[in-house]
Design a protein around this ligand. Structure first.
Ligand SMILES: Cc1cc2nc3c(=O)[nH]c(=O)nc-3n(C[C@H](O)[C@H](O)[C@H](O)COP(=O)(O)OP(=O)(O)OC[C@H]3O[C@@H](n4cnc5c(N)ncnc54)[C@H](O)[C@@H]3O)c2cc1C
Length: 442
């Protein structure tokens, strides 16, 4: 194997860099954490663009995320991104412009909730502020939790819709109530639509890596990550290049893909977790409009259909002054992935933005996007039973992504596991050097 060295700024000693496989949020967070702590780091990204699912399509002043994308300010990723210095500016959706879609019509959410038999208890359930904590609810399905906590069917439809929207999950029998309640609370602490779209965060992380001496290689797909059952040993690229590496973070986008990439003796815990993973998926329609037909309702939750409409341009700079960006999502249950939901998405958009088809500047329909590599399932006690970033008995190898680690869902899990993976592979002697910022979690 060839020797690819790097200068580690801690003590000026020359070491192999840490290699990070995958340039999405998880990989870039790991790389930024390592680089800012003084470690030599190289990111290997298979495509020509960084960001993975956090990329934004930028055209003619419009910035379109991959489906509806909001940062959860109460989540575990937010403080890490802030600590790294990633630009996190934008706006929070205005609750006065929230609606619900029922019977094909969009109505103001506050007015609809007021018509429920028990509006206050519905709101309390929405806040996840029942008598039981998220930890106590772990191991119970959302379906069981809500049939018990919210007996009135109309009220329950509102709470279920909020659970779907905050967790991106359609199968409420599969979804763990503890994790779902925690995620709802995170969302209710505030969400952020980011100026410039999520690409701003991706570019911010990449800039931090480069500014601290790290290397980012695009168009560098990794075909194998090698380990010998005791330690990480190297990487083979698709073009056949072999690299010695004793510190590797694997941050590719799927559980089974991550496992398939790692060579050597079987990693049983990880393989079992990957085989059992049930990815969260969504169909989405992303549109750039000029002008937006109406602003009375811009965020809408489907009650009798599993849809969600979001308009980040209402509060964030993602469109020119006379334009708007709207994403409509359809939450997919694991068994309905092959169906076509475009008509349903267009109808939901028509309910919120009548006549939108006359205003289209750009449109993208994605029938099946992977939102996260696994649901926080009842079977794994939500996030608590997910695999850890480290692999028992194998030093220098860590895995990161939105299906890894006991804390956080969606992008929060990617960011948090990326950070934890960096702390795990960084040699103790270096990460504890006084000159380097600590890699303990904020
Ligand atoms: C429609 C949709 C809506 C979402 N909404 C939200 C939201 O509102 N809030 C939220 O918190 N999260 C949301 N998410 C989830 C969030 O986008 C992801 O959790 C996060 O972006 C995943 O980051 P990642 O780095 O783990 O994976 P990815 O973004 O998938 O990145 C993995 C990277 O690895 C690269 N790669 C793969 N294989 C290789 C290889 N062999 N060699 C080298 N590189 C490789 C890929 O090209 C990619 O760049 C949403 C996701 C989707 C799809």
């Amino acid at each position: 194997m060839s020797q690819a060295g790097g200068v580690d700024r801690l003590g000026g000693m020359r070491t192999q860099p840490t290699y990070v496989v995958g340039g999405g949020l998880a990989g870039l967070t790991a790389a930024a954490a390592l680089a800012t702590a003084g470690h030599a780091v190289t990111v290997l990204e298979s495509t020509s663009e960084l960001g993975g699912r956090a990329r934004s399509r930028r055209r003619d002043g419009f910035s379109m995320n991959v489906g509806p994308h909001a940062v959860y300010k109460g989540g575990v990723g937010y403080p890490i991104l802030r600590r790294l210095g990633v630009p996190l500016h934008g706006g929070a959706p205005n609750f006065r412009r929230y609606g619900v879609i029922t019977g094909g019509t969009a109505r103001r959410a506050a007015r609809y909730v007021a018509t429920l038999r028990r509006p206050i208890s519905t709101v309390r359930a929405m806040l996840g502020a029942g008598s039981r904590s998220a930890r106590e609810l772990a191991g119970t399905s959302v379906a069981d939790w809500l049939s018990d906590a919210v007996p009135d069917a109309r009220s329950r439809a509102v709470v279920e819709s909020l659970v779907r929207t905050t967790n991106y999950a359609a199968d409420l029998d599969l979804l763990d109530a503890g994790a779902a309640a925690r995620q709802m609370r995170n969302a209710l602490r505030g969400v952020l639509y980011v100026h410039g779209g999520w690409q701003t965060m991706v570019d911010g992380l990449a800039d931090i890596v480069i500014a601290h001496g790290g290397t980012i290689r695009r168009n560098a797909p990794v075909s194998r990550v090698h380990q010998d059952g005791q330690r990480a040993t190297g990487i083979t690229l698709d073009d056949g290049t072999e690299i010695d590496a004793d510190r590797i973070v694997v941050a590719v986008n799927e559980a089974r893909r991550a496992v398939a990439l790692i060579d050597g003796p079987p990693l049983l815990d990880l393989e079992v977790a990957a085989a059992a993973a049930v990815p969260i998926r969504m169909a989405h329609l992303d549109v750039a409009l000029r002008p937006l037909p109406q602003r009375r309702i811009v965020t809408a939750l489907g009650l009798d259909e599993r849809v969600f409409v979001s308009t980040p341009s209402d509060v964030a700079d993602v469109a020119p002054a006379d334009g708007a960006v709207v994403s409509v999502g359809r939450y997919l249950a694991p068994d309905e992935e092959a169906d076509d939901h475009r008509g349903e998405l267009e109808a939901a958009l028509e309910a919120v933005q009548p006549g939108w088809t006359d205003h289209v500047v750009d449109v993208r329909y994605v029938p099946r996007s992977m939102v996260a590599g696994d649901h926080p399932r009842v079977a794994t006690n939500g996030t608590l039973g997910r695999p850890t970033v480290g692999i028992a008995g194998v030093t220098g190898l860590a895995v990161a992504g939105d299906w890894i680690g006991p804390r956080g869902a969606l992008a929060d899990a990617s960011v948090r596991s990326g950070w934890d993976a960096a702390a795990l592979v960084a040699p103790r002697s270096l990460s504890h050097t006084p000159a380097a910022p600590s890699l303990t979690a904020p």
